[in-house]
Write a protein that binds this ligand. Structure first.
Ligand code: AMP
Ligand code: TRP
Length: 326
């Protein structure tokens, strides 16, 4: 049976890009496959950060994931830094990864262009990601579209290690991405991908009022200047969010109202707000309940780390044995 692994950085709040691009898939797939979800704190420290804030955000990320429907009765949730084998396997993979492949990663190029000084961890980031996945010999990795290049590198690393040390066996499977229908959510500026670093996000746990304050001024079809101008839903980010949150009849109605200039953009956004509430109110309620039970969250993370360490130790033992390191 295929195993699932995915991760999310605790570098800020869980936003709708994360939710629609990845987390919703975790919630669905956890019932069909053994699923491991990691809060990847070692990845989050590759850029400047505040330790106290990281501590808070790791917990908040755990609360958000559980509230969103990741179910610790079927899935395993843990903090990456609680399982030291991740960095051990990463070191091993560093030694079979050409520098040029890391320098070609577009996320590295983007992130390093925004930093004054670039640390080695930022360059090795995708090698740690490969170690995360391969440590559990996972086959399927549900992620957003921006992770495709990192996953390709994970496959290259698996292939290269198997060829060098696998003794004719494909010890590491080559992990495949699993995308959602909403593989790339744009930010409220309608310009860039929704992303913590761009400040164009809606948080999964934001209140209705907070969401409306962001939705109201959000960019729609730039060609639609007056309410009487017909709009082009296919280029409108609000329409794409309708497709993610509204039922099919509403999506159809929105399309008709927009293209015939029946509704103005504010009318359309009000309907979207209602659809979002349908899905997000229960999530907010569960998050509030979980914040009242911090020990419950601790227990989930501790049990997750114990289960993951058992698998991770075995993989590292196998790897050491095959590499003459036992
Ligand atoms: P990160 O917050 O960078 O750790 O991302 C966690 C997951 O959310 C990854 O699978 C990303 O591919 C996914 N993701 C992040 N931003 C977006 C977005 N704007 N649209 C779709 N998926 C996203
Ligand atoms: N790099 C991923 C991101 O920014 C997070 C991540 C780390 C990850 N390790 C992973 C995702 C392993 C999937 C599998 O979104």
């Amino acid at each position: 049976m295929s195993r699932i692994f995915s991760g999310i950085q605790p570098s800020g709040e869980l936003h709708l890009g994360n939710y629609l691009g990845a987390v919703k898939n975790w919630v669905q797939l956890q019932h069909q496959h053994p699923t491991i979800i990691s809060i990847v704190d070692y990845h989050a420290i590759t850029v400047a950060y505040d330790p106290e804030l990281l501590r808070v955000r790791r917990r908040e990320m755990a609360v958000s994931l559980l509230a969103a429907g990741v179910d610790p009765n079927v899935a395993t949730v843990f903090l990456q830094s609680a399982v030291p084998e991740h960095t051990e396997l990463q070191w091993i993979f560093n030694t079979i990864t050409p520098l040029g492949e890391l320098e070609r990663q577009t996320q590295f190029k983007d992130k390093s262009a925004r930093q004054e000084s670039v640390n080695a961890g930022l360059l090795m980031y995708p090698v740690l990601q490969a170690a995360d996945i391969l440590l559990y010999r996972a086959d399927l990795v549900p992620v957003g579209e921006d992770q495709m290049q990192h996953l390709e590198l994970s496959r290259v690393i698996a292939r290269r290690w198997n060829a060098a040390f696998g003794r004719g066996e494909d010890y590491f499977p080559e992990p495949q991405a699993v995308l959602t229908p909403t593989r790339r959510i744009m930010g409220l500026d309608g310009q860039a991908k929704m992303s913590k670093s761009m400040g164009n996000t809606i948080g999964l746990l934001e209140t209705r009022d907070e969401i409306w304050a962001k939705l109201r001024p959000a960019v729609t079809d730039p060609a639609r200047v007056r309410k009487t101008d017909p709009g082009h839903p296919d280029v409108c980010n609000i329409y794409h969010l309708h497709k993610a949150f509204s039922p099919p009849e509403t999506v159809k109605h929105v399309y008709e109202q927009c293209t015939t200039a029946g509704w103005g953009c504010i009318d359309c956004k009000k309907v979207l707000l209602e659809s979002m509430d349908q899905e997000l109110v229960p999530i907010r309620r569960r998050a509030a309940e979980l914040r009242e039970q911090p020990q419950r969250v601790d227990e989930v993370l501790a049990a997750g780390a114990t289960a993951c360490r058992a698998i991770a130790r075995q993989t590292v033992a196998d790897v050491r044995e095959r590499m003459g390191l036992d």
